[in-house]
Design a protein around this ligand. Structure first.
Ligand code: GLU
Length: 625
């Protein structure tokens, strides 16, 4: 999951948010809530060194006008709101928010990683996407992640090594988004994040605990240890964490553009760090075959969005190499097909029946996703979301009991009829559980849904020396070897290939206009979490913040989990009686979203408690909250 500092060092907060911004200060200061501001590190040179209680701006939901931002982190959300308040649009605010998350959430995202940017453009009424996924070096082959004799390399060994590092796509994503649709320069949008990196933010328990859980890995790489384990240990709660190297890197990108990353000195340093990772004495790790030419060849892709019809809505998401848009669309499509078969709508189903349907739909969608979706030509996206295919896939649905797992995959061949004979089954490789998501909606009606990652919490563990950011381990999202013998695997490594993702930044349209945006981290559970939230708010009448807070289940065909809070409910026992086996986990996802209300008003929402709670803000909050 993501880890987040709770609050900025006070001097930065003042500069960004509170001084001379009466409208914003009013908007982001809830009337009653306060949180203690920890003592600041005097060595950090920030102004307010006295511990005080200051009003928090961190609330999980806020309704109002002028634009909205939601993310896991208060500082990043506030930076986005400030951009909107000063007249920037949703794309501007999304890039500034993401850049700030790269500072305050360095273990979940940053310029050493990649992501998927989905943008609704109000002027044209069109949705655009940017595929900023990390890419394998051209020397990669389908057997690169094996020992040469057909055996998969040890997963954990690959994670913390240069071999897992894909060419980063995040700087190129920001550049592409701002050049195409922004109204500000990339440099000016990096400035608030640069300031946070330079002045520092206050370490909270989450940041510390995520550092601590990575401490062993970070100690393998002296440059990472030096940055993230100052004095050899995770920083104390309440101390100020500064990252002057990252501040300098942001300044260089601001001044020279992203070419310094792809064709310049920072890119050279990325290649050096991936190909010759500096390790602690006596330790060696695998290295990447990445070359400067691989980095220079990096391009974002602009695939058409995946659009799934659901009731009177269009669910718009990310296409290949993400499986998110397809799988979320299939889950919802199957829910509609079950409603048609049973003549009981998703809205009217009992809570248990609803969850049973959801688990069956999820397992079925994962069966198809694992078989058909990857960064390969000819993914049958349209067929997988067609009414014919969905009807056929729903034909075995039994309201009384769970289908045997693993559910076989279907055949999206355009020829659909009665329940077909089982086509075979396949599983999925491992995916991490880190990443971060943000949403922005502006006063002109533009909307951004953006999920970005460095894969595992802490990525590869390798910090680019002197540059202040971690490199991703995204290439471990490839299947190291074919998952099922005899079944084609679309997610094997290859030259210049992008690993399959589950990231599901989603925008929901009604009559072509946005009504909702949502997303989350969580590896493969992203798909089920986004679907569960969409169903909760679109069908089950839940306010967005409640749909986000609801206990989660994730039935993924070859694996199924539920939060312990869910397993304590009566619904859990009823699902077990239907044959659902759900393994307990503490937490699934860390979601956020925005509902677009009539009259250009917004309901921003984030987690209430997961990960310590997220941060939802609007530019002008309703007074009667
Ligand atoms: N690497 C994963 C993916 O692209 C995301 C990791 C996560 O969300 O934790 O699907």
């Amino acid at each position: 999951m993501t880890n987040r500092p709770r609050s900025l060092a006070a001097g930065v907060t003042a500069g960004l948010l509170l001084v001379g911004t009466p409208a914003l200060a009013g908007a982001v200061t809830p009337p009653t809530s306060t949180e203690p501001s920890p003592a600041l590190d005097p060595a950090a040179g920030t102004r307010a060194a006295t511990p005080t209680r200051r009003p928090t701006t961190k609330v999980p939901t806020m309704t109002g006008a002028g634009g909205a931002v939601s993310s896991v982190d208060e500082t990043a959300t506030a930076v986005g709101i400030d951009v909107l308040r000063r007249g920037g649009n949703a794309v501007d605010a999304a890039v500034a928010t993401a850049a700030t998350l790269g500072v305050t959430e360095p273990f979940s995202s940053g310029i050493g990683g990649g992501g998927f940017f989905v943008y609704y453009d109000a002027a044209s009424g069109r949705v655009h996407t940017i595929d900023g996924r990390e890419t394998a070096p051209r020397a990669f082959t389908p057997t690169t992640l094996t020992d040469g004799a057909g055996k998969a390399l040890e997963f954990d060994e690959v994670v913390s090594s240069g071999l897992s590092v894909g060419v980063p796509g995040t700087p190129a994503t920001w550049d592409a988004a701002v050049s195409a649709w922004g109204t500000r320069s990339l440099g000016s949008l990096l400035a608030p994040a640069e300031k946070v990196a330079r002045r520092g933010f206050t370490v909270d328990a989450y940041y510390r605990s995520h550092t601590a859980s990575n401490a062993k890995r970070f100690a393998m790489f002296p440059d990472t240890a030096e940055l993230f384990l100052p004095g050899g240990a995770p920083p104390a709660v309440g101390s100020t964490f500064r990252n002057p190297d990252l501040a300098r890197t942001y300044r260089q990108i601001a001044r020279h553009g992203v070419d310094v990353m792809y064709r310049g000195r920072i890119g050279k340093d990325v290649v050096a760090a991936a190909t010759r990772p500096r390790t602690a004495p006596g330790l060696t790790v695998r290295s990447s075959p990445m070359t400067p030419a691989d980095v220079a060849a990096y391009r974002v892709r602009r695939p058409a969005p995946v659009v799934a019809a659901y009731r009177d809505l269009q669910i718009v998401g990310m296409g290949v190499p993400s499986s998110g848009g397809i799988a979320v669309g299939e889950i919802l499509g199957l829910m509609e097909a079950y409603a048609a078969r049973t003549k009981v709508s998703t809205a009217a189903a009992t809570p248990v029946d609803h969850l049973h349907r959801f688990a069956e739909a999820s397992a079925t969608a994962f069966a198809d996703r694992n078989r058909w979706v990857g960064h390969v030509p000819g993914v049958p996206t349209r067929e997988l979301l067609s009414r014919g295919f969905l009807g056929e896939r729903a034909c075995g649905f039994d309201p009384a009991k769970a289908a045997a797992r693993p559910v076989p995959f279907g055949t999206p061949d355009g020829d659909y009829g009665a329940c077909p004979a089982s086509a075979g089954t396949t599983g999925a490789g491992r995916e991490g559980t880190s990443t971060t998501h943000l949403n922005v909606a502006d006063r002109w009606g533009n909307v951004v849904s953006y999920t970005l990652t460095i894969e595992q919490t802490g990525g590869s563990g390798i910090t680019v020396p002197g540059r202040g950011f971690l490199l991703n381990n995204e290439l471990t999202d490839f299947d190291f070897v074919p998952v099922t013998a005899g079944v084609p695997d679309p997610n094997l490594p290859g030259p210049g290939k992008r690993p399959r993702s589950s990231m599901s930044p989603t925008i929901v349209l009604r009559d072509g206009r946005p009504v909702l945006t949502v997303g989350t981290p969580g590896g493969a559970t992203i798909i089920t979490t986004v679907s569960q939230i969409l169903l909760g708010t679109l069908d089950r009448g839940m306010p967005l913040v409640d749909a986000i807070a609801a206990p989660r289940i994730s039935s993924r065909n070859t694996g199924a989990t539920a939060e312990k809070t869910f397993l304590a409910t009566p619904e859990a026992a009823a699902l077990a009686a239907k044959g659902h086996r759900l393994d307990p986990v503490d937490q699934i996802g860390n979601a956020s979203g925005i509902r677009l209300l009539p009259g250009r008003r917004f309901e921003a929402a984030a987690e209430t408690t997961r990960g310590g709670g997220g941060s939802a803000m609007v530019v002008r909050a309703d007074r009667n909250r």
